[in-house]
Design a protein around this ligand. Structure first.
Ligand code: AFP
Length: 364
């Protein structure tokens, strides 16, 4: 379709800004800076081995490990740098925090400081890089506390510890067969596809809505022995299909790239689960609250879906640490509500019925 028949991201943001006559344009400029960072990462990812950017990051001391205790890929570090360089200079940010940095990033003295905080996972799914599977970037925009804005002081970890409901924007870039940017600024969810000829994100998926029901679930089934019983019950019932209490067959997916799973769910419904489990008591979940669960939760709920810890609404969780991990369930509203219900219901003796046990793959 010719350029004349689609909106660009810039046009979309300017038209959205008309809802706030007093808006100064800082917010739009920040989103466009983030979009440029995602375009740069998309190009780097696309070169893969040709660009010499696959494989593990090697610091002077040998391989490098991030605050999560995970081996950093070269692209993790590169992508983190791109996010910083593309946004630190603009005067829109008071500070940043990233999966790849232990502490918050202070805006250097030569640049003005602004009123927003940017929190991001620069490259999610990076364990898929070397096998050429889709990966993505995830970002969340918060307002800096008034004291930070007024004084221009350095940011502290506490400044970032805001509930998901405080986000002013969230989005992800998906580096797949096409590069897409999916964004919410609090008024629904819109998807933009990168036109590689123009270098522009074009509005291709306006007002995305997640179907409230689904027959597709995503979970890493190799962790089943560590799941809590409500999750085992839910997955067991999906696997029982037509012969079980759900009376319909389900399909299972697991890409190990949450951005790709989330995009599939936004396009055709589904439910994603990385629940709290007892695999590692020190990690009450694999995914991180501030730069994975909250932005994804904001997007999903703005698209009519639901995001939860499994027990409680994700958007209401009050963070206690910058790199806090949390159990995450999101997707089609009716399915997520069912999983929350299972967490609230006592595990009845009926569910221990040998009939279920015989059929169950995951019952201990
Ligand atoms: P990486 O960025 O370390 O590859 O982790 C990706 C992720 O955070 C999320 O995108 C996936 O859904 C999940 O981890 C995959 O976890 P498993 O490797 O345990 O399946």
């Amino acid at each position: 379709m010719l350029l004349t028949q689609r909106s660009t991201l810039t046009q979309f943001l300017i038209e959205e800004r008309r809802r706030f006559p007093g808006a100064g344009g800082d917010f739009n400029a920040l989103i466009l800076d983030i979009a440029l960072a995602c375009k740069a990462i998309a190009r780097t990812v696309a070169f893969g081995e040709l660009g010499g950017v696959t494989g593990d990051h090697a610091s002077e001391q040998g391989g490098s490990v991030n605050v999560q205790g995970e081996t950093q890929k070269k692209l993790d570090v590169l992508s983190n740098d791109v996010f910083i360089r593309r946004t630190e200079w603009s005067g829109h940010l008071a500070g940043m925090a990233s999966e790849e940095m232990d502490l918050p990033y202070q805006i250097p003295g030569q640049y003005p400081r602004g009123k927003y905080l940017l929190v991001f996972d620069p490259l999610d799914g990076s364990s898929n890089i070397d096998v050429n599977v889709s990966v993505g970037s995830i970002f969340s925009v918060l307002r800096a506390p008034q004291a930070v804005i007024e004084t221009g002081r350095d940011v502290t970890q506490a400044d970032f510890l805001q509930p998901g409901s405080s986000q002013v924007a969230a989005g992800y870039a998906l580096y797949g067969p096409t590069t897409m940017l999916v964004l919410t600024v609090g008024d629904g969810v819109n998807g933009f596809t990168l036109d590689p000829n123009l270098g522009e994100f074009m509005l291709t998926h306006p007002k995305i809505q997640i179907p409230p029901d689904t027959h597709e679930f995503a979970i890493n089934a190799s962790n089943s022995r560590f799941w809590e019983s409500p999750v085992k019950r839910y997955v067991d019932e999906c696997l029982a299909g037509k012969t079980g209490p759900r009376a319909k067959d389900f399909n299972m997916r697991w890409i190990a790239s949450m951005v790709a799973e989330a995009h599939r769910i936004l396009m055709r419904g589904g439910v994603f689960m990385y629940p709290r489990d007892n695999k590692d008591p020190a990690k009450p979940g694999r995914l991180r609250l501030l730069y994975e669960a909250n932005p994804m939760g904001f997007i999903v709920e703005q698209a009519g879906g639901r995001a939860s810890t499994g027990e409680n609404p994700m958007m209401a969780v009050r963070p206690t640490a910058l790199h806090q991990r949390i159990g995450l369930v999101f997707g089609s509203k009716n399915e997520v509500e069912r999983i929350e219900r299972y967490h609230q219901e006592p595990v009845t003796t009926e569910l221990r019925n040998p009939l279920f046990a015989e059929r169950s793959l995951f019952r201990d």
